[in-house]
Structures are given as C-alpha cells and as structure tokens.
Design a protein around this ligand. Sequence first.
Ligand SMILES: *Cc1c(COP(=O)(O)O)cnc(C)c1O
Length: 416
Amino acid sequence: MKLASIQAAESKLLLNTYERNPYLFVSGKGVFLQDDNGTQFLDLLSGIGVSALGYGHPAIEQAIAHQSTRLLHTSNLFFHEGTANLALRLTEISGMDRVFLCNSGTEAWEAALKLARAYATKARESGKHIGTKFLAMGHSFHGRTMGSVATTHKDKYRLPFAPVMGDVEFVRFNDVADLRAKFSEDVCGICIEPVQGEGGIHPVSPQFFAAARELCDSTGALLLADEIQSGLGRTGKWFAYQHYGIQPDVTTLAKPIAGGIPMGAMLCTERAASAFTPGMHGTTFGGGPLACAVAIAVIDTMQRENMLAHIEEVGGFFKAKLNALKEQHDCIAEIRGMGLMLGVELTSAELAKQVAAQMMERHIIINRTSETVLRFLPPYILENKHVEMTIDALNEILKANTELAGATPAGEKAHG
Ligand SMILES: *Cc1c(COP(=O)(O)O)cnc(C)c1O
C-alpha cells in the first residue's frame, strides 16, 4: 500500500528519468537490505557499487555521528582537518601526487577532462603542440554532465543533448590498431575505464593499455583512467590499473569512496596537476568535513580488516563458481571481471532481463547492464556462503528458463 502510493506520487512529481523496480527498502545490515514488509534481500549490487562496506557498518556510523556533532561544512575558503588526511591516504594507495575532491563521479570526470585540456593549453603556450582532442572508447561510460556524455559512447546518452563538448573521437575498445591510427599530437587525453562497468564488465587488454600509455608518453598527452566503478578495492587492488602495472596520469574515483555519502575524487601526477592554478576549478560542497571523515573511515577500515585480500579471495571463489555454472548452461556466453566486479554475459537480452527479475523475486539483488550482461558489484564484506546462495538461485532460474525457452533461438539479441 505504502509502495503503491509512493509510486503514484513519484510518477506525478518526479522527472521521468528512472525505471525503478517495485521494492521499497527501509533499512539494511551487512550484505542484506530490508524492505517495508520485513523481507531480507541479499544485495549483490550495493547501490551500483557504492555501499562497499555493506549496510550499517559501525565505522561509518561512528564517523557520521562524530562528525555531525562537530562540523558539516566550511566551504573551500577555509581549512578543515579532513582534506589533507584523506588526500594523504588516496595518494599513498594510488601512486598519485595530488587530489581534487568533489561530490560525484561525473564531477570527478569533468575535472579530469578540464585538467587534460588545461594541461594542453599550457603546453601550447610554452611552444609545445598538444591539441584539444580526446580519444574515448567504444562502450564507455563516464557520467551524465556535458563533458562526461561527450566521452560516453552510447548514442542514447549523448545525441539528444547535442551539441555536447566537442573534439571527441571514439576508438574501438581493445583495438590497438584503431588506437594507433586515431592518435596524433592533436590528442590531449586518452580516456579508459580499466574495467568497463556500464559497458558490460569488459577489462582493458594489457596490450591496449600499454599502447595507450606509450602513445601518451610520446607526445605528453594525459592518460585518464576512470576508476569510478572499478576503484577503491573493487577489483581486489586499490585501483584496477595496478593489475596491469600501468600508472595513468589522472584517475577518478567516486562510487564507494565515502560508503554511501556522495563524494568524488580526481587524482593526478604532479606534472598534470601543474595545469591548475587557484580559481580555475572548484566546487562548493567538494571535500567537505562529513564526506572526508567518512571516506577516511572507509579506507582505514579496509586497511585494518585486510579487505583487499578478502575481495580477491571471495571474488575468486565467485568467479570459479560462475565458470562452473557456465559449463552447465549453454545460455551463458562468457564470465568476465575481477575481484568483486563480475559480469555474466548471457546469449539473450530477454533472458538476462528475466533472470534479473527472477533473482529479485528470490530476494537476491543483481543488475543487468549492456542488455545481455548480469552484473555483480556486491559489498566487499560478501562471504562464500552468500556466493553459494547466489549460484544455487542462478542455477535453478537458468534451468527453468532454458526449459521454457526451448523454442527461442539462442543468440538472439534485443535492440538496445
Ligand atoms: C557511475 C560512473 C560514473 C558516473 O558517476 P556519477 O556519480 O553517477 O556521476 C562515471 N564513470 C564510471 C566508470 C561510472 O561507473
């Protein structure tokens, strides 16, 4: 009843931007969310990779409670205790030199794009030609503001808002020849998600990532790694680029950084950072005392509890179980991803939609992205027993669906 009235009110009052699932969540504990009927849901999505320490984590609760009694906001005209403390942690785990704090993923990515343009402008002023073009990837996703959509591949996200930021060319992801052909001194930045998230959990190939690094080094262009979804431990290392031994010039963080409080960060090298001087960029809310205090608590908790090793372990177990499931089901085309950022490519979009909905009916939250891909972004505190629950449910659902779908030709893809 309550859900129905909220649905009715929202459909009248809110912009029509989301297709929400008909569930009303009221609280959470650990890896479980609870709805208004008191039903527990195993959450393998964590609010699209945000609630990385799960729900009701004492470290987060304490940080919020403590900071709320002291100070919520000062503006960036003054100092507070949180910013440098957080930046120290972020630079240590990333191998970067400097940090810009903001409020969301797209805002972090805008900062990265502006930095690359400013760096190129400064280079040209000192007589070295670096142009204004960005190379972005097929199936990329960088957010919803004008610069971010300009570097986002899907037409639906970009074309209705034309003209978006100009001078972007798309490269086929992981196609080294295409990258080399499109790269020149006109390029100021190459934009890569080391593991594409919305695009369907596609890791960059080592050859492609290395070629991008080498091309940027040859001209002074910046290599921009968007780790808004893959960063801060999600893949079993602090940053996905660390699996490749490649250091980008700029990287962006957001989703899990402050455990559910909105926050974004752009991290970069000293060389790249030199392009910004006071007044060139800023934000009212960014790097405020509350978000900083919580982000510090998140990172300290992850370090204290040795969470990267746990993510690798339970993620490895999860992936092995998914691969075993693939052996039993022809409708699974591929298993991809690392750590607790995993994707299951199914042979049909309709099937993927059905499976996600039926998992929800069994009180397990997963997500479908890129039409045919089941996406798993569970909280880092997931345990093997939760993986087993998930695999059992998936197995039963896939069995029942393939029996039903006997008549449907495999490999048929819905239009996206
Ligand atoms: C979610 C996401 C963004 C956008 O983040 P918002 O906080 O929604 O603006 C950008 N890049 C990647 C890789 C993402 O996953």
